[in-house]
Design a protein around this ligand. Structure first.
Ligand SMILES: [Ca+2]
Length: 309
C-alpha cells in the first residue's frame, strides 16, 4: 500500500506514524504537515524527527499550511505540550530538501500514480482543500482517503459540538467532505471508545526498545491531560486508530454510509459535522462517506503494541 500522510504531530500523530512505519508492506510516499497541535514549523520538524525515530528517514516531508483558509489558527499546546510532543525531546534528524508544499506534493504524487495512493489525514484539512483547489480531479486520482475528524452522532471535544481537526478549519473540512472522495471518516464516534487504558500503558512500559520507550513517554504526558477529561487514567487513540483502519478496514465492525456536511455559520455550532440521516439515497444532498460506528478495539490495541515492539 502506498500512503501519503498529512499530519500535525502531535502525540497521537506520532503513534500513527509509528504504526504505519512498522508495517513493511506500507510505502510512505510522502508526509505533509499542517498547523494544529502546534505551529507548522514545529509539526514539520517533529515529522522529520519521528520518521527517523521510527526507521523511515528517507520519506520526504513537505511543509503545508500555517493557518486555516478563513479563520485564525488555534493551536493545542495545552494537550500536546509546547513542542507538540509533550515536551519530550526526540533526536534531531536531517530533513530532505523539499521545495513543494504539502498540497503540491500530494497533487504531484496522485497525478503520477492515478488510483494508487491512499491518503491519511490526521490534522486540520487545510492541505487537502488546497490540493483540491490545485487539482479538482483529485478524488478520482487517489485511492482511499481516511480522515481522523468530526463528531457525527456524539459530542464534540473542543466545543460541545465540534471536533478539533474539523473545528480548526471548517471551510477546508467542508470542501473535502463534499469533494466525492472514497472517504472514511474516523470520528470521535469511534476514537473516543479506542482508549489506551492503564493496563495497556503498563504493558507498553514493560517493553524494550527505543520506539516503545518514546511512545510511553509521549503517552504519559497525553494521559495526564486526558485523565481530567475522561475521569480515568486513559487516553483516546485518535490518529493511530485512523491509521489502523486505513491499513485494515476489517477492524471496523460496524459502519454507516451517509452524507456529512460541516456547519459553517451556526451561532453555537460552527465546525459541527452534520449528517444526513435519511435512508433514501435519492433524497441525499451529496455523495456519502463511510462513518465507522464500532471497531475491534482490543485487536487494534494489540496491533499498536506490536508496531511499537
Ligand atoms: Ca493529529
Amino acid at each position: 500500500m502506498r500512503v501519503f500522510i498529512d499530519c500535525d504531530p502531535g502525540i497521537d500523530d506520532a503513534l500513527a506514524l509509528a504504526y504505519l512505519a512498522a508495517d513493511s508492506s506500507v510505502e510512505i510516499v510522502g508526509v505533509g504537515t499542517v498547523y494544529g497541535n502546534a505551529a507548522v514549523e514545529t509539526t514539520t520538524d517533529n515529522a522529520v524527527r519521528l520518521l527517523r525515530l521510527f526507521g523511515r528517514p528517507d520519506v520526504p516531508v513537505s511543509a503545508g499550511a500555517a493557518r486555516p483558509l478563513v479563520q485564525q489558527p488555534r493551536l493545542a499546546a495545552h494537550v500536546h505540550g509546547a513542542n507538540g510532543l509533550g515536551g519530550i525531546e526526540v533526536p534531531a534528524a536531517e530533513r530532505i530538501d523539499v521545495s513543494e508544499s504539502a498540497a503540491e506534493a500530494l497533487v504531484r504524487l496522485a497525478r503520477s500514480a492515478p488510483g494508487q495512493i491512499s491518503v491519511l489525514a490526521l490534522g486540520p484539512l487545510t492541505n487537502l482543500a488546497l490540493a483540491l483547489a490545485l487539482e479538482p480531479q483529485l478524488p478520482q486520482l487517489v485511492d482511499r482517503v481516511v480522515v481522523m475528524g468530526g463528531a457525527v452522532r456524539v459530542p464534540g471535544n473542543v466545543t460541545p459540538w465540534a471536533e478539533a481537526n474539523v473545528n480548526n478549519d471548517p471551510e477546508a473540512a467542508e470542501a473535502v467532505l463534499g469533494a466525492g472522495f472514497d472517504l472514511t471518516l474516523v470520528a470521535l464516534d469511534v476514537t473516543m471508545r479506542a482508549l489506551a487504558t492503564e493496563s495497556w500503558l503498563e504493558e507498553l512500559a514493560g517493553m524494550e526498545g527505543e520506539r516503545a520507550r518514546y511512545a510511553h513517554r509521549f503517552l504519559t504526558y497525553y494521559v495526564d491531560w486526558y485523565t481530567s477529561f475522561l475521569g480515568q487514567r486513559a487516553c483516546a487513540m485518535h490518529d493511530p486508530l485512523a491509521a489502523a483502519v486505513l491499513l485494515d478496514p476489517a477492524l471496523v465492525t460496524e459502519s454507516v454510509t451517509l452524507p456529512v456536511q460541516v456547519e459553517l455559520t451556526g451561532t453555537h455550532t460552527r465546525g459541527m459535522t452534520v449528517a444526513d440521516l435519511r435512508t433514501r439515497p435519492e433524497s441525499r444532498s451529496r455523495a456519502p462517506v463511510v462513518l465507522p460506528t464500532a471497531v475491534d478495539v482490543p485487536e487494534f490495541l494489540a496491533r499498536m503494541l506490536r508496531a511499537l515492539a
